[in-house]
Design a protein around this ligand. Structure first.
Ligand SMILES: *[C@@H]1O[C@H](CO)[C@@H](O)[C@H](O)[C@H]1NC(C)=O
Ligand SMILES: *[C@@H]1O[C@H](CO)[C@@H](O)[C@H](O)[C@H]1NC(C)=O
Length: 448
């Protein structure tokens, strides 16, 4: 489903003339021939929204730049450009802008600080939508001032530089990355801001998320990562504080290495329906409980880990979580075969052992619960063991019996042979002498 939508997105963007990347020398060149820049023309929207400006490039093959706006503008929509540059002073005079939409731009160049709304009134609750754009580089310090919402929707993004989204004044209502394709995020790209809702949905991140990419972000209400695919999240990829509710749902992770999800939870955490190809047993270990939890609750919170599939659980098939939570494991499928000996090697106290009815091992199509494996496979093993022992013992008995029979026969034969020996009749010495004399006399008699 998600793959399909990313594919559609790529198709959608496929026709765009995307340069390989915006290198700094190309960047300078652009500055040098600044005199030739063409400003996109913006028209007033008809009443009743007189404060709205619509700027349309009409997909003309030109490099457009957005003009500076006057203070009274309340809404801006910029659309349908091949190449569009936004300079740093573009929006800085605005004080009542409520909505900025930049849509269908095949090469959107955002200078550092180009989304500066420091004069905009906080009560305007400005929402920024970047929709269906190709942005090679989200530069450092892109956004500042009073902003209520930032949404990247169906965007293709080359790189989020360090401090792309940082220190936004006051609290953001929501920050969203939706149905987008992100090549790279650099360390500290998202840093130190408070947001009520942070949502990353149906997006694909093809390079590893380095350590501290999301750093010290406080999520007042909900942090949702859903239907995304990640190549890898490196240790401490997410370092968040005070995340009230965290939901990690229907994502694919090629690899979660080290303690990648480092965050304090204020209220609830659910990890549901994900696929982890390789997962480090400590991936979630530094997901802990915020110390303020017990001032509001008296019982340990439950960490739901439901319906997750794991291809390869590194290191002795363990999985560990902070013991500040009651861990509830349900329907965990681990695509590894495990034999009876290995199940007995699992510690009796280990998490998997404690949920042996809900943890399944095996390969596609045939999974068995850890419990069944222990009962059936170990029983099979002992059946074969008993059979082997039986066979050995009975053959030993047979051999012994055969030996006994053989020995009996041999001894019987020997007895018989002893009986056949002719024993001379016992005679005394005297008798013998007489016999000899008689024999001799006899002889003499015949000789005569
Ligand atoms: C996310 O994925 C789930 C499961 O594959 C699917 O049921 C759901 O519709 C998806 N959500 C969105 C917003 O696409
Ligand atoms: C989290 O927020 C609560 C209330 O807003 C606060 O009391 C607590 O100190 C915060 N914790 C951290 C680590 O910032």
């Amino acid at each position: 489903m998600m793959k399909k939508s990313i594919y559609t997105l790529l198709l959608l963007l496929g026709s765009a003339s995307v340069p390989g990347s915006v290198k700094s020398d190309e960047f300078d060149e652009f500055h040098r021939d600044n005199d030739e820049i063409s400003l996109i023309s913006c028209t007033h929207d008809a009443a009743p929204r007189f404060g709205k400006r619509i700027c349309d490039c009409g997909y003309r093959n030109e490099q457009y730049t957005v003009p500076q706006f006057e203070g009274s503008t309340t809404e801006i929509e910029i659309a349908n450009c091949k190449t569009l540059r936004i300079r740093r002073d573009t929006f800085s005079a605005l004080f009542q802008l409520t909505k900025l939409t930049i849509v269908n731009v095949e090469d959107l160049i955002l200078e550092s600080n180009s989304l500066d709304f420091s004069r905009n009134d906080r009560s305007a609750q400005l929402k920024i939508f970047l929709t269906n754009d190709v942005i090679e580089e989200v530069s450092s310090h892109l956004i500042s001032g009073h902003v209520a919402e930032v949404t990247f929707l169906r965007c293709r993004i080359g790189v989020f530089r360090p401090y792309s989204i940082t220190s936004i004044r006051e609290q953001l209502e929501s920050m969203n990355i939706l149905r987008s394709f992100v090549n790279r995020i650099e360390r500290h790209a998202f840093k130190r801001f408070d947001v009520s809702q942070l949502t990353i949905e149906e997006s694909k991140f093809i390079a590893p998320i380095p350590s501290q990419s999301f750093y010290e972000i406080e999520v007042i209400n909900r942090f949702v990562i859903s239907n995304c695919s990640f190549y890898a999240v490196l240790p401490s990829g997410f370092v968040m504080k005070n995340v009230t509710n965290f939901l990690l749902r229907y994502n694919e992770f090629e690899k979660l290495s080290g303690d990648s999800m480092n965050m304090q939870i204020r209220n609830s955490i659910r990890i549901v329906g994900n696929y982890f190809n390789k997962i480090d047993p400590v991936a979630f270990r530094s997901t802990s409980l915020d110390s303020s939890y017990y001032s509001r609750h008296s019982e340990k919170p439950t960490l739901l880990f439901h319906n997750n599939r794991i291809s390869y659980l590194e290191d002795a098939r363990s999985l560990s979580f902070s013991n500040e939570f009651n861990i509830e494991l349900r329907e965990i499928y681990i695509e590894q075969n495990i034999d009876c000996g290995e199940t007995s090697a699992l510690k009796q106290t280990s998490l998997l052992m404690n949920h042996s009815n809900y943890v399944f091992f095996g390969s596609k199509g045939s999974f068995q619960s850890l419990n069944d494996i222990r009962q059936i496979r170990c029983m099979e093993d002992s059946f074969w063991l008993h059979l082997t022992i039986g066979v050995i013992v009975s053959s030993l008995v047979l051999v012994v019996v055969a030996l006994l029979i053989f020995w009996y026969c041999v001894s019987q034969k020997r007895k018989k042979r002893q009986l056949n020996i002719v024993v001379p009749e016992p005679r005394t010495y005297r008798e013998t002498q007489i016999v000899m004399q008689i024999e001799n006399h006899g002889l003499l008699k015949t000789d005569l």
